[in-house]
Design a protein around this ligand. Structure first.
Ligand SMILES: Nc1ncnc2c1ncn2[C@@H]1O[C@H](COP(=O)(O)OP(=O)(O)OP(=O)(O)O)[C@@H](O)[C@H]1O
Ligand SMILES: [Mg+2]
Length: 283
């Protein structure tokens, strides 16, 4: 099931966007990209490459200095942030920019109540979102007393609660341990399978390679490449230019290319499968 429309239709269109912060620093330069309904894409790049700036254009927190952004059919510079927020959920890079209620449960319900959901609706939605990210046991705790990983989970739950059509998550696994980060990634994968469009900002190339379909690499405010992850991870030079490294498995695959391993190998199971074939069909 796809929420809100046809799969494949463009839900975010960034068209020739340049953006300068106050003081004149140009953080985006001629950026154009599209996100289609139901896609799961990553925006990756080194520190300061413009990922957060681009993400904040998708939900109208920033408006282009030049060009235009259309999200779910709405021009972001002509639509209020509140109206865009019904369609695009944004998880901030820094959870402390998003937390201000006195308990976790209030925090998760806050957005819903702002969207005028009745209490009879907001309570079960909040409960479901807390269950999804496994924070039910924290519901009465003040968010600011939690660990960074748990604070991050609270912000993710508060965004998921409203069931937005598009989810934009800015480095959501930073501060999460391996278990929580895998749990979050599988939750995101399940949400994507049920039709949600996901934009994940990350410089963890292992997570991107294993979970995401398409990657947009940025450097110095520009898009270097926008292609499926297989093509992106086959090009080590391009990754270097984006100040990124291929996941360890892909680096090994490049080293094994003379033996017949495909350089666009990016998960452990793909590598094992190829080695089995090279050894003569299995065992
Ligand atoms: N409020 C601001 N005022 C001026 N310059 C800013 C502001 N916010 C960001 N910048 C600059 O814009 C550029 C892009 O920043 P942005 O936060 O989009 O990068 P990023 O790719 O998200 O980086 P990171 O990986 O560190 O999160 C950086 O050079 C940054 O210093
Ligand atoms: Mg950032």
């Amino acid at each position: 099931m796809t929420p809100g429309g046809e799969p494949g239709e463009s839900v975010v269109t960034v068209d020739g966007v340049s953006f300068s912060y106050e003081g004149g620093f140009e953080a985006l330069v001629g950026v154009s990209m599209r996100v289609r309904r139901g896609e799961y894409i990553a925006i990756a790049g080194g520190n300061g490459s413009g990922k957060t700036t681009l993400a904040k254009h998708i939900n109208g927190l920033l408006h282009p200095s030049v060009g235009r952004v259309t999200t779910c059919g709405m021009r972001t510079d002509e639509t209020s942030v509140a109206n865009l927020a019904r369609k695009v959920g944004y998880v901030f890079q820094n959870p402390d920019h998003q937390l201000f209620c006195t308990t976790v449960e209030e925090e998760v319900r806050f957005g819903l109540e702002n969207m005028d959901f009745e209490e009879s609706e907001s309570a079960p939605k909040a409960q479901a979102a807390m269950e999804l990210v496994d924070i039910v046991a924290l519901r009465d705790r003040p968010p600011f007393t939690l660990s960074l990983g748990d604070r991050r989970k609270v912000t993710i739950a508060s965004v998921l609660a409203a069931e937005p059509e598009i989810l934009v998550l800015d480095e959501p696994t930073t501060g999460l341990d391996h278990h929580d980060s895998e749990h979050l990634m599988s939750t995101l994968r399940a949400l994507n399978r049920s039709g949600r469009t996901i934009v994940l900002i990350s410089h963890d190339m292992r997570l991107v390679a294993e979970h995401v379909d398409r990657a947009v690499l940025m450097a110095a405010g520009r898009i270097l490449v926008d292609a499926d992850v297989g093509a992106v991870f086959s090009d080590l030079e391009l990754l270097r230019e984006a100040k990124l490294v291929a996941p360890p498995i892909t680096q090994v695959a490049h080293r094994l290319a003379p033996l017949g391993v495909s350089p666009s190998t990016f998960t452990p199971s793909q590598l094992v499968q190829q080695i089995e074939v090279l050894r003569g069909g299995g065992g």
